[in-house]
Design a protein around this ligand. Structure first.
Ligand code: NAP
Ligand code: GDD
Length: 365
């Protein structure tokens, strides 16, 4: 009988963690995830997995070595996917120390726990590295040999994570790898990242629940892929015959402005952009209404504006297809999901309104 694959996913409640858990369960893994205690329910993305026989959750925090050591010692994973992070670049300017502790030292805590527990021969480790490492880019497009120039507290912390993985690979012969992932989005993307903020706003504006969308730098360029395709690549990286680092990207670049154009087009609104910089506006061509404005609140002290990945190595060595989901498909599936979500929020609001009325009239006790 072949040995049971046991995966430990840190950050399982996040966008990528939830998709990766689904993928590994389908592949027959025993899937363990770490969660943090919170005063509100934050397990929306994995609620459908709870109660499944091969799905287990454990409390641990990347800032707490003892909890990391405890969970790895208990689970004895054959693969660890370290996805946990303070992942918002703008927030890293407000919470730089927390970001450094979790995104930099947190990686060390995992590597060192595996080493000290004597699991280095049996456990492979994936580290969620990022295209933000290229930061103030020194070449376009970016590949595994492009020099790094991190340009935010988040990127600086992630750069430590990247190098400590390489160090443990060289110093202790551990199987640990960096996936240098470019931006990847989905219906489950956090609502403050720019793509989701746009698709939600397009849906709300279309349904008359929001008047305007305020954004920062509309000219920023990103290589956006679909998170569901990217978690497949995380798994492929750990199945490779030797530990290596890979750039994961689509090889196609678009601006925030273009993302807005396509998202609003999907809901039947054609946008025209007028003006420049802080004065730029996105106008509904049919009505002349201003739907998008630029606000300095969403500018970053230093912004990364030209990310464009070259996935040649992942295609050649892992057989991964970077273009399974096109940019237009990605925008459309996010918008469609938010249109449904916003419509059902309306229904929920209506139920609440009715409930208030029924309570007042004494119909419901
Ligand atoms: P996400 O949705 O923000 O999820 C982050 C996860 O990390 C959540 O489960 C969060 O838990 C957890 N977490 C945060 N702080 C923690 C701590 N101190 N201890 C334990 N867990 C903690 O991020 P994502 O988009 O899925 O990204 C996954 C990883 O890939 C992150 O490391 C991110 O930096 C990296 N990455 C993402 C992209 C992208 O475009 N999505 C690209 C490159 C790299 P709570 O639910 O409790 O907050
Ligand atoms: N969030 C946000 N909100 N970004 C905006 C806005 C806005 O209102 N307006 C313009 N932008 C610009 C940002 O300045 C940035 O240049 C770009 O849109 C993308 O921002 P985010 O969607 O917040 O993503 P990110 O690229 O900073 O970071 C994401 O991708 C990284 C990989 O490159 C995160 O998922 C990171 O965790 C990940 O490492």
């Amino acid at each position: 009988m072949s040995k049971q694959n046991i995966a430990l996913i840190t950050g399982i409640t996040g966008q990528d963690g939830s998709y990766l858990a689904e993928l590994l369960l389908e592949k027959g893994y025993d899937v363990h995830g770490t969660i943090r205690r919170s005063s509100v329910d934050y397990r929306e993305r994995i609620a459908h997995l709870e109660g499944k026989p091969h799905f287990h959750l454990h409390y641990a925090d990347l800032g707490d070595s003892m909890s990391i050591l405890g969970v790895i010692s208990k689970v004895r994973p054959t693969e660890i996917y370290n996805l946990a992070a303070q992942s918002h670049v703008q927030v890293s300017f407000d919470s730089p120390e927390f970001t450094a502790d979790v995104d930099a030292v947190g990686v060390l805590r995992i590597l060192e726990a595996v080493r000290q527990l004597g699991l280095k021969e049996s456990c492979r480790i994936y580290q969620a590295s990022t295209s933000e490492l290229y930061g103030k880019v020194e070449e376009v497009p970016q590949n595994e040999n492009t020099p790094f120039h991190p340009y935010s507290p988040y990127a600086v912390a992630k750069q430590y994570g990247y190098w400590i993985v390489k160090e443990y690979r060289d110093a202790y012969n551990m199987y640990c790898c960096n996936g240098i992932l470019f931006n990847h989005e989905s219906e489950r993307r956090g609502e403050t990242f720019v793509t989701r903020k746009i698709t939600l706003a397009a849906a709300r504006i279309k349904q008359g629940k929001q008047k305007k969308l305020f954004l920062g730098n509309l000219g920023s360029l990103r290589d956006w892929g679909y998170a569901k395709d990217y978690v497949e690549c995380m798994w492929l990286i750990l199945q490779h015959d030797k530990p290596e680092d890979f750039v994961i990207a689509t090889g196609v670049q678009h601006s925030v402005r273009e993302f807005c154009y396509h998202a609003f087009k999907r809901v039947g609104i054609e946008l025209e952009f007028q003006g420049e910089g802080i004065s730029e506006k996105g106008i509904d061509k049919a009505t002349g209404n201003v739907l998008i404005e630029v606000s300095a609140d969403f500018y970053r002290p230093t912004d990364v504006v030209n990310l464009w990945g070259d996935p040649t190595k992942a295609k050649a060595k892992l057989g991964w297809n970077p273009n399974k989901t096109t940019f237009e498909d990605l925008v459309n599936l996010m918008v469609d999901s938010d249109m449904a979500k916003v419509a059902s929020e309306g229904a929920a609001e209506k139920v609440r309104t009715n409930l208030a009325e029924y309570l007042e009239k004494g119909i419901v006790k």
